[in-house]
Design a protein around this ligand. Sequence first.
Ligand code: NI
Length: 167
Amino acid sequence: MAKRKIRILGDPVLREKALPVKEIDGQLQQLIDDMAETMYEAKGLGLAANQVGEKLRLFVLDLKQREGSPELLVFINPEIVATEGEIYEEEGCLSIPGYSAKVKRRAKVLVRALDREGKPFEMELEGLGARAVQHELDHLEGILYVDYLSPLKKSLFKRWWKKHKPR
Ligand code: NI
């Protein structure tokens, strides 16, 4: 396994739409393992493929690592098939280090995807898990959570980022 470099806001790959995964082979599984290692090392909750420069519809999540019982979840070609309710909570992103802001998300989602072996599955998530899935799916569309900020908060964020962007 190898750690990958996490792309930071301003990198054009974060704004590109990821393409469907066509083949789940050893090379893709290597990428998945690299993404998992990169996510754990950065202590992130989730990581999308384009955050490490790969334009593929794939993300990894671990909702339990902070409780000390890691459980890696792999979502290949994910789609949200149903949603319910609304929540407004603080979010952050490994591609925008040091910043967080509240955004509106659906409270519950039903996701359909393929796992690391290519087996289809469905998963119902709520709260933190639902938010994480929506955040990572946005990455695959080239969307970042700061895009949802109000014009005022967005301009404050842009000023903050100018000062705090990692060099
Ligand atoms: Ni993110």
